[in-house]
Design a protein around this ligand. Structure first.
Ligand code: TMP
Length: 205
């Protein structure tokens, strides 16, 4: 039965490792499952991601950023996510349109109505049934990041705090869709909390 689950969080929140853990668990149980992520994955998405995350000589306007993420998303939904859901798979996506609301809306300060309209178009109207937010204080998350920093990781603390607050507001506005998990707990504990919710959902579909 198709089920669309997304993972969200700020830098260093551990969402990617939890998305992978959930994928492995479902796969072991022989549940048809696909793990994907944003931005990137498709050929178009990969080119756009290189540009959006790593361009050094371009100062993106916030609206350009909004549209580029949504361009990448439209391709991913059409090429990968919708076909997998049509085949009855559980689809786990590491970041989705809530990242755009948090980063381009709250972080960059774009009008939230403009962001919502772009997201509606870019996602082809496809909304997740469950969104897991791995919440972590901004300083702790950034401290976990190693290696080269991309354009977003280089943003100041105030930007990342707005992103975090944005996520918390989004989760409060739609409590039935969101599961908020404190990311400072052990990986095993977090995985257990997520599994509890996912297994409930699977028993209903
Ligand atoms: P990540 O793959 O390491 O999470 O990097 C993606 C970066 O892009 C991350 O800093 C969040 C940012 N981002 C946005 O600003 N808006 C979006 O819509 C998405 C999907 C990601």
């Amino acid at each position: 039965m198709p089920l669309f689950i997304t993972f969200e969080g700020g830098e260093g929140s551990g969402k990617s490792s939890q998305a992978r853990a959930l994928y492995r668990r479902l796969d072991k149980l022989a549940v048809p499952v696909l793990l994907t992520h944003e931005p990137g994955v498709t050929k178009l998405g990969k080119s756009l991601t290189r540009l959006i995350k790593w361009a050094k000589d371009t100062k993106f306007s916030p609206v350009a950023e909004l549209l580029l993420f949504n361009t990448s998303r439209a391709q991913l939904v059409a090429e990968i996510i919708k076909p997998a859901l049509d085949e009855g798979k559980v689809v786990i996506c590491d970041r989705y349109f809530d990242s755009t609301t948090a980063y381009q809306g709250y972080g960059r300060g774009l009008d939230l109505k403009v962001v919502a309209a772009a997201n509606e178009t870019g996602s082809l109207g496809l909304k997740p049934k469950l969104t897991v937010l791995l919440d972590i204080p901004v300083e702790d998350g950034l401290a976990r990041k190693k290696g080269n920093k991309d354009r977003f990781e280089q943003e100041n603390l105030a930007f990342h705090r707005r992103v975090r607050e944005g996520y918390i507001k989004l989760a409060k506005a739609e409590p039935r869709r969101w599961l908020v998990v404190d990311s400072r707990q052990s990986k095993a504990k977090i995985a257990q909390i997520i599994w509890q919710r996912v297994s409930q959902l699977l028993s209903k579909v």
